[in-house]
Design a protein. Structure first.
Length: 411
C-alpha cells in the first residue's frame, strides 16, 4: 500500500489579508480579484471550504491535519471555523482523527474564539517576537502602532480557556541580537513550546536581501546561544521545535520538519479560491498545481508539476555531498537557496553547520534517553503500516506525553 499523497493541508481562507502590517511579511502584495467581498477582503466561499474538507478527510484516512494560515485566518470570522468543524464531522469516518492548527497574530482572540479552540482541541501558533521592545519593532498595524499588548491579551484569554498554543518567534536582524533576553522572556511568561523562524527575504525590485533579514553569522550565534540555555545541564525546560527535531534525528527517527526531509511536498497549500500550490513559500502563479473545483486533490498533488517540485530539493549545492551533516539537513529548504544572492548554497548553511557541530555531543547524550524507532517507523518507509510517529502516539523522546503535546507540537 502506498503512503498518502499528502500528510496535511495548509489552508489560506483569507489569503494574505491581515489586520497587521508587519514590516518583514512576505505577503504585503494584495492582488485584487472577483473573490473580494464588499469590504475588499479575500473570502473562501462555502463551496470551496466544503470541497477541501471533503478531499482532506478522504485522502488522510488515519489523521486528517488542517493548518489554517494567512495573512490572518481569523479574519474569516468564527462562523467560518464552526462550519469547517461541521464539515469535518460530516465527512469523518469511524476511527479517523482530525487535527486543526491555526497560525495567528493573536490580536483578534476573544472569549468566544478561545472557547471554540478549546472545545475542538485546536492548536494555535501565536506570533510573538519577544518582549515589547523587540516585538513592536516590526510587528505593527498599518498606522504603525505596536501589537504587543493585544497579542499578550489574546494569549491570556487562550490560557484562561485552556486552549493549547505555542509561540512562533521570527529571528530577524533585530531579534537576532538578543537570544538571551528573548529566551528568558519566554520562560518568565510560562511559554514552554517555542519555534524560532529565520527571516530571510529578498527585495523584489533590487533582488538584494532586505535589511531586516538575519545574517548567517547572526542566526548561527542566536541558535547556539539559545541551545546552551535550552540544554540547561541536560534538563531542558522548554520544547524548541528545531532542537526537538535534531534530537529525534540523532536518535534515528525520521525528520518531522519539511526543511530536513529528503523531498518537499508532503503537504499542499489551498488558497481561498481553491487554487492549490506545493508550498506556502511558493504561492506563485507558475507553480499553481490546479484548483479543487476542477480536479480531485490527489490528482493535483500527484501531477508532473507537483512531482517536479518535490524533487528539486535534491538538486542542491554539489558541496553538500561531502558535508558531514547532509544526512540531517538534506539540503535544507530550497527557498534559502533561491534567496542566496551568491549561488546555489543554502543561504543559512553556515548557521546550521555551526549549530550542528556545536550541539552534536550534547544531542547525542540526550538522544540516549529516546527509545529507538520501531521497525515500522523507519524514515524510509513507503507503506502506511510503516508510518512516522502518530500525533496521538507516545512521544519517542520518552517524556510520557502524547507526541502532539511534546515534540510534535507545531504551529
Amino acid at each position: 500500500m502506498q503512503r498518502p499523497v499528502i500528510s496535511s493541508i495548509l489552508v489560506k481562507p483569507a489569503s494574505a489579508d491581515c489586520n497587521l502590517h508587519c514590516t518583514y511579511c512576505f505577503y504585503h502584495e494584495r492582488p485584487t480579484d472577483p473573490y473580494l467581498d464588499v469590504k475588499g477582503r479575500h473570502v473562501m466561499q462555502d463551496a470551496t471550504l466544503r470541497a477541501l474538507i471533503r478531499e482532506g478527510m478522504r485522502l488522510m484516512p488515519q489523521v486528517a491535519t488542517f493548518g489554517w494560515q494567512g495573512g490572518e485566518p481569523m479574519l474569516t470570522g468564527i462562523d467560518f471555523f464552526r462550519q469547517a468543524v461541521h464539515y469535518q464531522q460530516e465527512y469523518g469516518r469511524s476511527g479517523q482523527s482530525v487535527c486543526n492548527g491555526v497560525q495567528t497574530n493573536g490580536t483578534l482572540i476573544d472569549d468566544e474564539w478561545a472557547q471554540l479552540f478549546a472545545d475542538y482541541n485546536f492548536l494555535l501558533g501565536v506570533s510573538l517576537d519577544g518582549p515589547q521592545k523587540r516585538h513592536d519593532y516590526y510587528r505593527t498595524s498599518v498606522n504603525g502602532r505596536g501589537s504587543y499588548e493585544r497579542v499578550m491579551k489574546g494569549i491570556e484569554i487562550l490560557t484562561r480557556h485552556g486552549a493549547e498554543f505555542n509561540i512562533l518567534t521570527v529571528v530577524n536582524n533585530v531579534t537576532g541580537d538578543h537570544p538571551e533576553e528573548i529566551y528568558a522572556f519566554m520562560l518568565e511568561q510560562g511559554f514552554r513550546y517555542l519555534q524560532f523562524i529565520p527571516c530571510v527575504e529578498r527585495d523584489p525590485d533590487s533582488g538584494e536581501l532586505t535589511g531586516f533579514s538575519v545574517s548567517p553569522q547572526q542566526f548561527g550565534t542566536f541558535l547556539c546561544t539559545v541551545f546552551d540555555l535550552w540544554y540547561n545541564g541536560g534538563q531542558p525546560e522548554a520544547s524548541i521545535r528545531l532542537f526537538d527535531n535534531l534530537l529525534l534525528a540523532f536518535a534515528g527517527h525520521g525528520p518531522q520538519v519539511c526543511q530536513f526531509q529528503e523531498e518537499c511536498g508532503d503537504y499542499v497549500v489551498v488558497e481561498y479560491n481553491g487554487d492549490v500550490y506545493p508550498c506556502d513559500f511558493y504561492v506563485q502563479e507558475p507553480l499553481r498545481l490546479g484548483n479543487l473545483h476542477e480536479q480531485e486533490l490527489d490528482v493535483i498533488a500527484s501531477s508532473d508539476k507537483a512531482i517536479a517540485f518535490r524533487k528539486r530539493k535534491r538538486r542542491g549545492d554539489p558541496a553538500c555531498a561531502a558535508c558531514t551533516w547532509a544526512h540531517i539537513c538534506n539540503h535544507g529548504c530550497p527557498l534559502m537557496r533561491d534567496h542566496n544572492p551568491h549561488g546555489r548554497t543554502h543561504y543559512l548553511c553556515p548557521a546550521y553547520q555551526q549549530l550542528f557541530a556545536y550541539s552534536e555531543n550534547r544531542l547525542r547524550e540526550l538522544s540516549r534517553r529516546v527509545p529507538p524507532p520501531p521497525p515500522q517507523a523507519h524514515p524510509q518507509a513507503n507503506d502506511l503500516n510503516e508510518r512516522r510517529v502518530g500525533r496521538n502516539d507516545p512521544c519517542p523522546c520518552g517524556s510520557g506525553k502524547k507526541y502532539k503535546r511534546c515534540c510534535g507540537r507545531r504551529s
